[in-house]
Design a binder for this molecule. Structure first.
Ligand SMILES: C[S@@+](CC[C@H](N)C(=O)[O-])C[C@H]1O[C@@H](n2cnc3c(N)ncnc32)[C@H](O)[C@@H]1O
Length: 387
């Protein structure tokens, strides 16, 4: 089935799956080059509103396909024999029956499935990951439908898996309306989600977008601390028809290479997202007016919201970098890179532009580059010196 058939009307899922697929494509190859076993844990597997009979539009099938592709390439190119292990969890009984049927049909990977909630399955997941041995690397995907069932205390053992990486779908659209709810029960459930009540002060009395940013930042910061992750970033997935965020995909890792790969996936996903939103919005206009349009969806698309967001996060990232350079005066390019890419929609190409600009107006000197080298790279002891 084409992507149109699979994702029309749920373009946010297209973007989520695109990021998962693009990230795992490179993750599996890179990690499989050094580790003997790839372990994938899907804590909220579904299938959920899937249209493909082969579950091509489900996270578990997408992930397994990428692990398999990497394993085959590594076998061919490097003679490596990488093992694949998956743990698929699903609470709903009808969805689980389909998940189990899929898992039973897989013969080239070790797969365990559970028809249970995440809350009751943490020991089983931890045990499964441990059984992979010292040369296994786990990737955990947490993709809930709301804001319960994955409280910080619940997922703490998964966040602490080391080695390990995590991708969490933070359901911004569900949380948005309730963040300042006066109801004690709601506030208590948020406290459990965030792992602390500190989010409250950060989201109070600020405008909508700032409130969302603060909530995502606070959640990601807590998850990072609990898991002992060194780095994190998040990708914004927009509502297909409305100018607002559907969810944020929060990625946590202990390796900078992971950030590079995730940010590449995010950058490509933003193009896919704008194209899909253009189509969705044209479809809505045509349905409401009852007549087709003369031009294609891309030509007629109003990207103002996306551009506004990109400018907003670019300004934040640039100011983070500027402040760090002004106060420290001399910084390793790698550290500046980490800061610049910590905001969504901010990429290395942007950082390189700022560096050129600051060099041109005499405020910055770059040292440590080879004689013919034009742009800095990470891992080369290159320094940015603020004058
Ligand atoms: C958003 S859907 C998952 C979609 C899937 N990850 C994908 O991208 O194709 C969330 C799934 O989690 C299941 N679920 C909800 N609460 C759960 C819980 N506490 N533990 C395990 N599964 C749960 C739902 O039945 C649903 O199938």
């Amino acid at each position: 089935m084409s992507n149109d058939e699979l994702y029309t009307g749920r373009e946010q899922t297209l973007v989520k799956h695109f990021i998962l697929q693009k990230y795992l494509e490179r993750f599996a190859y890179i990690v499989g080059s050094h580790w003997d076993t790839l372990t994938y844990v899907d804590c909220f597997s579904g299938p959920w509103n899937a249209r493909s009979e082969k579950f091509e539009d489900s996270s578990f099938a997408i992930a397994l396909k990428e692990l398999r592709n990497a394993r085959n390439t590594l076998a061919k190119q490097r003679g490596r024999n990488v093992q694949m292990r998956c743990f698929f969890l699903e609470k709903n009984r009808a969805a689980f029956a389909k998940l189990k049927e899929f898992a039973d049909s897989v013969k080239d990977a070790e797969i365990e499935t559970r028809n249970a909630t995440l809350e009751e399955s943490i020991p089983d997941i931890s045990d499964f990951v441990k059984r992979g041995g010292a040369k296994a690397f786990p990737f955990v995907f947490i993709d809930p439908t709301g804001w319960t069932g994955f409280e910080m205390e619940t997922i703490a053992p998964l966040l602490r898996l080391n080695p390990g990486e995590v991708l969490i779908n933070f359901m911004t659209s569900h949380i948005r309306r309730f963040l300042d709810s006066p109801q004690e029960e709601t506030q208590e459930s948020f406290k459990r989600l965030f792992g602390s009540g500190e989010f409250r002060a950060k989201v109070q009395g600020v405008a909508q977008l700032e409130r969302e940013d603060a909530a995502v930042e606070e959640y990601a910061r807590n998850a990072r601390l609990v898991g002992g992750f060194s780095f994190g970033c998040n990708a914004i997935v927009l509502h297909p028809e409305k100018d607002r965020t559907h969810f944020n995909l929060i990625y946590l890792t202990r390796n900078l290479k992971g950030i590079e790969v995730f940010k590449d996936a995010e950058k490509k996903a933003m193009e896919v997202q704008e194209a899909a939103r253009a189509e969705a919005q044209q479809r809505k206009r045509v349905a409401s007016k009852g007549q087709s349009e003369l031009f294609g969806s891309r030509e007629l698309h109003d990207s103002t919201h996306y551009e506004f967001l990109r400018e907003r996060y670019l300004a934040k990232a640039r100011s983070l970098v500027l402040r760090a350079l002004e106060s420290k005066r001399r910084l390793l390019y790698d550290d500046v890179w980490t800061l610049a890419l910590s905001e969504p929609m901010s990429w290395e190409s942007d950082l390189k532009q700022w560096i050129e600009e600051w060099k041109d107006d005499g405020r910055l000197e770059v040292t440590g580059m080879k004689p013919r080298q034009r742009v800095p790279h990470r891992n080369e002891q290159i320094y940015l010196n603020w004058k």
